[in-house]
Design a protein around this ligand. Structure first.
Ligand SMILES: Cc1cc2nc3c(=O)[nH]c(=O)nc-3n(C[C@H](O)[C@H](O)[C@H](O)COP(=O)(O)OP(=O)(O)OC[C@H]3O[C@@H](n4cnc5c(N)ncnc54)[C@H](O)[C@@H]3O)c2cc1C
Length: 430
């Protein structure tokens, strides 16, 4: 979004080049990610191609991994598809590397749990859930069958509750229509949270409403309960309670991309870049925004920084584009200011909860506002139409349990141009 803002402000100027380095050649619209997991939305419809968002001749979209950042020498080293390091020299740097899933060192979480941060996470979770339903139909052992049909979500913040709501909707719907041999009473869903409340981002009564609705739908909500260990077919929570499950979704923590702490700019105890209200870092030629930065709110009487949300990231990007151009032209920079209009969450079953302009909303109306708001924020007309059509088509025809095994790369050429398994292996499989 910063690059887009720069294009707008720079117009036809040829004296400035923009280099956008990203691991993926698209931008992910995260608020709709849980709906990818339930199959309501097609994965491609919640991402926007970067090359479709940026049009200037002097803009370069580079699909590569940032491998090192040297803010003293003004060099960013990137590794692209060829596997070779490339050094990019810059005059002004914007750090916008976001965050990664934080596992807090909980044993087994890395190996056995699924996150909910990337498109691959959402797609992988959907496949996992379908795999479990397919497996359960063949399973005779009651304990193994229970592990297949039990789904545990760790973290009852916004993304945890939204994921829980979508996942439960999906499992119940496809079970009824496609897996009649599995009884509804065999499916168990748990929401496990360390804090003593659901949706801590909202006023307590809104969280209580979300909890009550989830429990009514069969969720076992465990508050004040840490996840202690995740194993292949069970999870240990609280004081040692063991829940048989093969599917643990972890939404309990995000930490800044580790790369920013190694870049030479000042960071806080959590590894987020400390900035001024203008988003300048301790190095005058580097700025930072979004989830990897901590930006002080000059209007907050308690001096609290802005929350790491998409709402802020998008608006920070606009202000930052103006500040970068001001710096190039030798003008003074302005602080980022924003007063949030509110927070909304969808909890599944056409139910939402939230607070908008100080007014508390819940139920169907909140869900409708949630959809309306996020639809209006989907970047570009093209994607808005696709998302809108997906919603209509799912309402008409429902969702299905098609499992696209993209990880079975034996049928496709990998990025090296070689098949991961020879063709003859597939032909002689049986
Ligand atoms: C499931 C979910 C739901 C959410 N829902 C909401 C919501 O409803 N409302 C809201 O306001 N916020 C929501 N958020 C939070 C919101 O997504 C983030 O606050 C926002 O995306 C932060 O933007 P960012 O640009 O800082 O980071 P990101 O969006 O994470 O972007 C960082 C980018 O940098 C890339 N990158 C990272 N490291 C490298 C590297 N080494 N090399 C190259 N590229 C790299 C990443 O691939 C990514 O594309 C949600 C988050 C999640 C996970």
């Amino acid at each position: 979004m910063t690059a887009q803002g720069l294009e707008r402000r720079l117009g036809n100027r040829r004296d400035v080049e923009i280099w956008l380095v990203s691991r993926d050649n698209f931008m992910l619209f995260t608020p709709l990610l849980p709906e990818v997991c339930s199959g309501v939305l097609e994965p491609r419809h919640v991402v926007m191609p970067l090359r479709g968002m940026l049009h200037h001749q002097s803009t370069w979209c580079i699909t590569a991994d940032v491998d090192a950042i040297d803010t003293q020498g003004h060099v960013v080293t990137v590794i692209g598809g060829d596997g070779d390091p490339h050094r990019l020299h810059y005059d002004t740097l914007v750090l916008a590397l976001g965050g990664i899933t934080h596992t807090f060192g909980i044993p087994g979480l890395d190996e056995h749990a699924v996150g909910m941060k990337t498109l691959a996470d959402a797609f992988g979770l959907r496949n996992r859930v379908i795999e479990m339903l397919e497996r359960a139909e063949l399973e005779d052992d009651p304990v193994a069958r229970q592990a297949d049909l039990t789904f545990v979500i760790g973290g009852a913040g916004l993304s945890g509750v939204e994921t829980a709501g979508e996942l439960e909707d999906f499992v119940r719907r496809v079970r009824r229509r496609y897996y009649p041999k599995i009884a509804e009473s065999e499916i168990h869903t748990y929401l496990v949270e360390l804090k003593n409340e659901v949706l801590a981002e909202l006023p307590p009564e809104m969280g209580a409403f979300a909890r009550q609705r989830l429990e009514r739908r069969g969720f076992e909500v465990r508050l004040g309960t840490p996840i202690r260990e995740v194993r292949e077919a069970e999870v240990v929570i609280g004081n040692g309670e063991v829940i048989p499950t093969r599917t643990v979704v972890w939404t309990g923590g995000v930490r800044p991309a580790p790369m920013v702490a190694k870049s030479g700019v000042e960071v806080d105890h959590a590894g987020r870049v400390k900035t001024r209200p203008t988003m300048e870092t301790s190095r005058s030629t580097a700025f930072a925004i979004g989830d990897c930065a901590v930006i002080p709110n000059v209007e907050d009487p308690d001096g609290r920084p802005f929350a790491p949300t998409a709402q802020n990231a998008v608006r920070e990007a606009k202000r930052l584009a103006a500040n970068v151009v001001a710096r190039i032209d030798g003008r003074s920079l302005s602080p980022y200011r924003y007063r949030t209009i509110g927070t909304l969450a969808s909890i599944g079953h056409h139910t939402g909860v939230g607070i908008v302009f100080g007014i508390r909303v819940r139920g169907w109306i909140a869900w409708f506002m949630w959809r309306g708001y996020y639809w209006s924020r989907v970047p570009g007309f093209n994607r808005k139409v696709r998302v809108g059509l997906d919603w209509i088509l799912t309402a008409l025809f429902g969702t299905d349990p098609v499992q696209l095994k993209v990880e079975d790369a034996s049928s496709a050429l990998g990025s090296t141009g070689r098949r991961h398994a020879p063709v003859r292996d597939r032909e002689t499989r049986d």
